[in-house]
Design a protein around this ligand. Structure first.
Ligand SMILES: NC(=O)c1ccc[n+]([C@@H]2O[C@H](COP(=O)([O-])OP(=O)(O)OC[C@H]3O[C@@H](n4cnc5c(N)ncnc54)[C@H](OP(=O)(O)O)[C@@H]3O)[C@@H](O)[C@H]2O)c1
Length: 360
């Protein structure tokens, strides 16, 4: 059977390079076109040296891309929606890794991105691309959005307790998210200059990070779908997210503090996490009483599509600290995008995503 032909638009970037790496070993899909405005004619390995001898593709201009089966858009915010008709004319399926089509609510988009959505009629055609949340809608879908990496770590930490109805919604939820430098993309800036970035512990967004909107969207959707605490749903305004850049190239660690409706024992949290993730191919529960890897740790997830989740409970049983570690370029971007493609196409969800990460 011939493989599905994929085009990566914005392929010199970090998420584009990661997609090319994964899809080079995918059993049912292959990349046939990679685009760049700045490196036209150069080989893929000029931008992604790890792919020397793996991909023989050369970059073409975005406007020269020919029809194919799937287009992956790995563009800066606003670029996918600006030309969505053109990309939809090229391929039956689109997976857009940017934030352009993640939010279902146009008012929320305007609030968080500061302007009206440029292609509002396209918004409802896209399914939010986190299979742990939207697997059923993704099956057979033509258009999937990407996910925010900080939102994904926060969402996967919170999801089991939201579903289980354990959270006290009258009190704040605080998400403290630590991130690596590759979140900023391949383009350099004064903030990424090595003497400035190396060793930094930089409060990148102490309040008001845009990914808050994706977590709020998840909470409302899951409470509605599971009919959990629906009476006070509209009162939900208590999520505070802080993002801090730390000394790491790949990786996100979300530490999310929640108050529980009533005191619980640890076994209630074990049950919520096991029930929530028992059938998930890429979510692992990490909670050991000994050793240095007792809790989720992004370092060992680099290059893998795992999301490692864990938790701790306060002595009074009223406060839970929820943890999730991912690789921002994998489960937080390209890995989730390929997982979405697998679900959309009805393939084994793990196809192309078996790499387990490295240790040490
Ligand atoms: N980095 C992460 O951890 C991460 C995680 C989740 C989601 N995302 C999202 O994924 C998207 C891509 O992120 P990234 O980190 O891969 O960015 P990046 O490294 O900066 O790459 C952006 C790519 O887009 C191309 N490009 C820029 N403007 C373009 C335009 N107007 N038309 C066509 N091509 C254009 C660039 O190449 P040329 O200039 O050569 O054309 C480059 O290949 C972003 O929307 C980001 O928010 C990123």
């Amino acid at each position: 059977m011939s493989k599905l032909k994929c085009t990566i638009v914005g392929a010199t970037g970090y998420t584009g390079g990661e997609l090319l790496r994964i899809l080079s070993f995918h059993p049912h899909a292959e990349v046939t076109q990679i685009t760049s405005r700045s490196r036209m004619g150069e080989y893929a390995h000029a931008a992604h040296p790890n792919l020397r001898g793996v991909s023989a593709l050369q970059f073409i201009r975005p406007e020269d891309a020919q029809p194919c089966d799937v287009v992956f858009l790995c563009l800066p915010h606003g670029e996918a929606s600006a030309q969505i008709e053109r990309w939809a004319g090229l391929a039956e399926r689109i997976i857009d890794l940017s934030a352009d089509f993640r939010l279902r609510n146009l008012a929320a988009y305007k609030r968080w991105y500061g302007h009206d959505h440029p292609a509002p009629h396209w918004v409802e055609r896209f399914v939010y691309g986190l299979p742990e949340l939207t697997r059923e809608q993704l099956k057979g879908a033509r258009y999937a959005s990407g996910v925010g990496c900080n939102a994904t770590a926060t969402n996967l930490a919170l999801l089991p307790l939201v579903k289980a109805g354990l959270i006290d919604w009258s009190l704040p939820i605080v998400a403290d998210v630590k991130v690596g430098s590759s979140e900023g993309g391949a383009e350099s800036s004064p903030a990424s200059h090595h003497p400035e970035r190396s060793g930094a512990v930089r409060s990148y967004a102490p309040a008001g990070h845009r990914h808050t909107a994706e977590v709020e969207q998840m909470i409302v959707q899951v409470r509605q779908a599971n009919q959990v605490d629906v009476d006070n749903l509209t009162n939900f305004t208590h999520l505070h997210m802080s993002v801090t850049s730390i000394e790491m190239v790949r990786g996100v660690l979300a530490t999310v503090h929640v108050f529980l409706k009533q005191p619980v024992q640890e076994k209630a949290l074990w049950k919520a996490f096991r029930d929530g993730y028992k059938n998930e191919p890429f979510v692992r529960l990490v909670k050991s009483s000994a050793g240095i890897f007792r809790a989720p740790e992004p370092k060992i997830l680099a290059g893998s599509n795992w999301a490692d989740v864990g938790f701790a409970l306060s002595e009074d049983g009223r406060k839970a600290t929820l943890l999730c570690a991912i690789d921002n370029l994998m489960k937080g971007a390209a890995g989730s995008a390929v997982q979405c493609l697998n679900v959309m196409m009805g393939w084994d969800e793990r196809a192309g995503l078996e790499f387990p990460g490295l240790h040490p």
